[in-house]
Design a protein around this ligand. Structure first.
Ligand code: AMP
Length: 421
């Protein structure tokens, strides 16, 4: 006997089933529609990249690269990884295809799966999806930052999200940030005993990440640490002030959160995050920021950049929590036929209705009318098109409106007109 083993999906990886998948399409379509109004175009990126790309950009000391990446040796022994995020890929593509020669800012969006080996929980998966956008160009005007923030807010609000919060911060630049990081490291070393093992380790590897800590016991200590706002250089302070004026101009509400540092090395100046209600501890739906040095770091010409990545899984969870999730797809017509002569008419009518844009269910096994009408009701059909010997003979179908069980006779060529309404 063969082994009838039942397979299950890998931990942290899940199927997205109908009707939810239709809702995913709707959300992704909305993103594309909104982004197009801001003149962004889609870039389709590979899921595999050289491991080194992420080590250089996201940062070798980050959890994402250090612990969470799915990396493996290709047959030629080079190391490749499933992408944990896509900004690095966008920048790689920007450089590889010489996109800096295009007129104006290069504005790109992407959507698709990302992979991180995190501990799975509600809203946190090992294969998760992001919708992201990036602006690459010569200007670092804070109006670009504000436009990008406005665009993502328009998108999530058009999807129906309410009650979300935008937090912003500035984490300085290559001139002022290292000095602040040293100051922070010194302050952290003094209070090391009061920190947990993760934060203690981060004092050396990535002290900014300590500010991200959600550990209850560390909160009072963290509140005493030096704040970056007091240590920004003049240019960064001015940029942050201007960003706030730009948000005000757009009537966008925000909070400044000095602890919002984001976990990726490439960020500088503006960082932002959007959190949504109903998600528990994994409540960040979108994170983004400015990364002016990244293109150069990856071997391209001096270029400014800003972007965001939105967690599609979490946005959809938040919308579902708010009762705005997937609606069962509408079935316009169920064709209930009986008798060998009715089947060709059923096939013909199904095709004509589908050509007219109606969704149609056509059973191929013959059924008694009682059975097929009961199936039509369970499938939530708006109409049943009933075809028996009489209908074949007259070329006039019987159309039953399922909501109130009223019936009318409709000539075959008139069907689409009646059903489309
Ligand atoms: P990041 O790329 O880490 O800045 O994350 C951007 C957004 O992606 C977050 O705000 C989340 O909404 C989403 N995200 C990140 N990691 C995961 C994950 N493991 N599962 C689900 N969503 C995630």
């Amino acid at each position: 006997m063969t082994d009838a083993r039942k397979f299950q999906s890998v931990p942290g990886v899940r199927d997205i089933l109908p009707p939810e998948s239709a809702f995913w399409n709707h959300v992704e379509q909305t993103a594309g529609d909104v982004f197009a109004t801001y003149q962004f175009s889609e870039i389709r990126l590979p899921i595999l990249e050289q491991t080194e790309l992420f080590a250089r950009s996201v940062g070798a000391s980050t959890d994402i690269v250090g612990k969470e990446m799915y990396s493996f040796a290709d047959r030629d022994e080079s190391s490749i990884s499933l992408r944990p995020e896509a900004t690095a890929s966008v920048v790689r593509a920007y450089i590889e295809h010489g996109m800096h020669t295009q007129p104006g800012d290069v504005k790109l969006y992407y959507m698709g799966p990302m992979f991180r080996r995190e501990r799975p929980q509600k809203g946190r998966y090992r294969q998760f999806y992001q919708i992201g956008a990036e602006v690459l160009g010569q200007s670092d005007h804070p109006g670009i930052d504000a436009d990008v923030i406005e665009m993502v807010l328009v998108f999530i609000e058009r999807c129906g999200l309410v009650g979300h919060t935008l937090c912003i911060n500035s984490i300085g630049c290559k001139d002022c940030r290292p000095k602040y990081v040293e100051l922070l490291r010194a302050a952290l070393t003094k209070v090391k005993d009061r920190l947990g093992p993760d934060s203690q380790r981060r004092i050396e590897t990535n002290p900014l990440r300590v500010l991200d800590s959600k550990l209850e016991a560390e909160q009072t200590v963290i509140e005493t640490l030096p704040r970056i706002a007091d240590h920004l250089c003049d240019a960064c302070r001015e940029h942050f002030k201007m960003l706030q004026a730009m948000l005000f101009m757009r009537q966008i509400a925000y909070e400044v959160n000095w602890r919002l540092v984001r976990g990726l090395d490439y960020y500088m100046r503006t960082t932002f995050e959007i959190t949504a209600p109903g998600l528990g501890s994994q409540n960040a739906v979108c994170g983004g920021g400015r990364y002016d040095g990244l293109v150069e770091l990856l071997g391209g010409p001096p270029t400014k950049g800003i972007g965001f990545a939105l967690g599609t899984d979490r946005l959809i969870l938040a919308l579902e929590e708010a009762g705005k999730g997937a609606a069962a797809p509408q079935l316009d017509a169920f064709i209930a036929w009986m008798g060998a002569a009715a089947y060709p008419m059923a096939v013909r009518i199904a095709r004509a209705l589908r050509d007219a844009g109606c969704s149609v269910e056509l059973p191929h096994e013959e059924m008694k009318f009682k059975k097929s009408l009961s199936l039509a009701a369970r499938l939530n059909a708006r109409f049943a098109v009933i075809l028996g010997d009489n209908e074949v003979a007259s070329g006039v179908a019987t159309v039953k409106r399922m909501a109130d069980a009223t019936q009318q006779s409709v000539a075959e060529r008139e069907l689409a007109k009646i059903l489309r309404k």
